[in-house]
Design a binder for this molecule. Structure first.
Ligand code: PMP
Length: 354
């Protein structure tokens, strides 16, 4: 190996869910929203003047940041925006976790956390969720360099209550606590209301799930002004123009349409509860989901086998071959028709095995 090769930063990258593109496929593997973005977003995209692309976007993305601040009733200097919540989270790891002490996040959670920790040389420990995939809050009482909790959690779909989060934050006043709320709009309880109580709390959300804009890449965080300033300082030390012109405008349009947002999220919640009933009848069990996906295991057929059987019918769900969760499927809640097709294939497969 040459010397320059030895000096390359070695990382084991995060593996995103595959993005297959075949006619007739049903894609339930990356927790995208099956409904289109708000009508105002589509209109603004159609009317977008391409000439605007000559100019750099506003580096502060203030039109979008201020719209979010208004909508969520937080101060204008309590918002940070980024290119999807992955960007916001990655930037937060880089900004806040510099004590040299290990940061804490559960053994089963969003699998990007350990990748960022490795990338930025942040030591980490992963307290085990209990056998029902619940957080054991006492595990977070020990000295640490920061805490990251996805709530609701992925891929388990479980939402912990605010009292549990509050308790963890209370026990961690000397470090930054990040709550990743990518899925909170599907029935979870947000910790946004706690940001004025705890100056070390950062709450991160995304347009990718509840606002049907995964392809646009918009994420944001709320927190104390000092946290937001620190994030911006790091951002401006790396890449000032993170959000592009279209993201800023279309993102703003999405936030404006509260009615459409509520209509889509409630449709997904309704489909979710219907499908949970049907899966139960087929012999599946799962935690109570507060997300746009169901984390299901079958009483007799291994998850990997079902994953392959569904794939053969061009139905894509997510399967993680990892300790403790390798007998589970993570199934995104799609439209009613998509879910009917899923149930039909599962029913036939399971019936034929009997
Ligand atoms: N957090 C969690 C828990 C997620 O599952 C995802 C989606 N992969 C993200 C953050 C990142 O989403 P995005 O970058 O699209 O906002």
């Amino acid at each position: 190996m040459s010397i320059w090769e030895k000096n390359i930063r070695k990382v084991v990258p995060y593996v995103p869910g595959e993005q297959p593109n075949m006619p007739g496929m049903i894609k339930l593997n990356t927790n995208e929203n099956p409904y289109p973005p708000a009508p105002g977003v589509i209109k603004a995209l159609q009317e977008f003047k391409a000439d605007k692309l000559r100019l750099y976007p506003d580096p502060t993305a203030k039109l979008l940041a201020y719209t979010l601040a208004d909508y969520y009733n937080v101060g204008k200097d309590q918002v940070f925006v980024g290119v999807g919540s992955d960007d916001v989270l990655g930037m937060s790891f880089l900004t806040f976790f510099n004590s040299g002490k290990p940061i804490l996040f559960p053994d089963i959670t969003y699998s990007f956390y350990d990748v960022w920790a490795e990338l930025f040389s942040i030591p980490f420990e992963r307290p085990k969720l209990d056998h029902n995939f619940r957080i054991v809050k006492e595990d977070y009482y020990k000295k640490n360099g920061g805490v990251v909790i996805a709530n609701p959690n992925a891929p388990t779909s479980i939402c912990e209550d605010l009292d549990t989060l509050r308790d963890i934050i209370e026990h961690n006043q000397d470090c930054v606590v990040i709550i990743d709320e990518a899925y909170v709009d599907f029935g979870g309880t947000s910790a946004i209301r706690l940001i004025n109580e705890y100056d070390n709390l950062l709450v991160v959300q995304t347009f990718s799930k509840s606002r049907s804009m995964a392809g646009m890449r918009i994420g944001y965080a709320f927190g104390n002004e000092k946290l937001i300033k620190a994030l911006n300082d790091v951002k401006y030390s790396y890449n000032s123009y993170t959000l592009n012109q279209t993201s800023i405008i279309l993102g703003m349009e999405a936030v404006k349409d509260k009615g459409y947002f509520e209509e889509c999220t409630s449709k997904i919640i309704k489909t979710r509860s219907r499908v949970m009933g049907e899966l139960k009848e087929l012999g599946f069990s799962f935690p109570d989901s507060k997300t746009n996906f169901i984390f299901a295991t079958h009483e007799s057929i291994p998850a990997e086998e079902l994953y392959t059987a569904l794939r053969e019918e061009k139905i894509f769900v997510r399967y993680f071959k990892k300790p403790r969760i390798d007998n589970y499927l993570r199934i995104t809640v799609g439209t009613d028709d998509e879910m009917d097709a899923l149930i039909k294939v599962l029913k036939e497969y399971i019936y034929n095995k009997k």
